[in-house]
Design a protein around this ligand. Structure first.
Ligand code: CA
Length: 247
């Protein structure tokens, strides 16, 4: 896609920047407008939350440290309202714990300050690509059922309490059932950018998902094979450890 086509494509896309540092806001705003995005801004958490509700932006850039309400709290409240507006957290804290914590609040991605404009733009494109508006409808596999639009999932008619990333991970498994999916594939599908070598984030989320799928109660669904990855497959009457998976 040429730069001109890309700018034209961005024209119907509104990005809300929630950031209290005017200089940073101004810089991001200029870059985004140059790329053809429509830009809205808010300078504190409460104002930002209100703008998300009132203006339904296509994507939110959300600073962590904000007056009146923290970025994490804004993110939590948006997800509590069952809104799946894509959110990229912008954080000055760069420890991995804080990153994972950020994702746990339901953010789709995070960026650590200071960041390069090119990286910001790439992350925005990736997050927007992941959420095409046409991806609605339901998916079904054995006793699993998933409503992509309302982001509701059930197993054996019991609703699963999944956080944003767990839901996205399950959705990928249900789109590609009964085949091994590599960690790299899952990472790019759920997080939208290339896999970072040593990260164990996939293992962590697979563990969460297994527990939420109530494998002990309803039977094993996610199988692990060293060197191949993970597979969604229901095997009736099979013992839990039939494939030698480690957990
Ligand atoms: Ca700030």
């Amino acid at each position: 896609m040429s730069a001109v086509e890309s700018k034209a494509k961005n024209q119907d896309t509104t990005v809300l920047i929630i950031e209290d540092e005017a200089q940073i806001t101004r810089l991001i705003e200029l870059e985004l407008k140059y790329e053809g995005y429509d830009v809205l801004t808010a300078t504190d958490g409460l104002e930002g939350l209100k703008a998300i509700k009132d203006k339904s932006p296509d994507l939110v850039l959300l600073d962590c440290m904000l007056p009146s309400m923290s970025g994490e709290e804004v993110c939590k409240q948006v997800r509590a309202d069952a809104k799946d507006t894509p959110i990229i957290m912008i954080t000055a804290k760069d420890s991995i714990d804080d990153k994972v914590k950020g994702l746990d609040y339901g953010a789709d991605d995070y960026l650590v300050k200071p960041f390069a404009t090119e990286e910001l733009l790439a992350r925005i494109r990736a997050v927007l690509r992941r959420k095409p508006k046409s991806e609605t409808g339901t998916l079904q596999y054995k006793d699993l059922w998933l409503d992509q639009f309302n982001r509701v999932a059930r197993r054996s008619n019991q609703e699963l309490e999944l956080r944003s990333k767990e839901f996205s991970l399950l959705r990928v498994f249900m789109m590609y059932p009964e085949q091994y999916l590599t960690r790299e594939f899952l990472f790019s599908k759920v997080w939208g950018y290339d896999f970072i070598g040593e990260s164990n984030v996939i293992e962590v989320y697979i563990r969460y998902l297994r527990s939420k799928l109530r494998e002990k109660q309803f039977g094993k669904l996610i199988h692990t094979k060293r060197g191949e990855g993970y597979m969604l497959k229901a095997i009736e009457g099979a013992p839990l450890e039939e494939d030698g998976s480690d957990d």
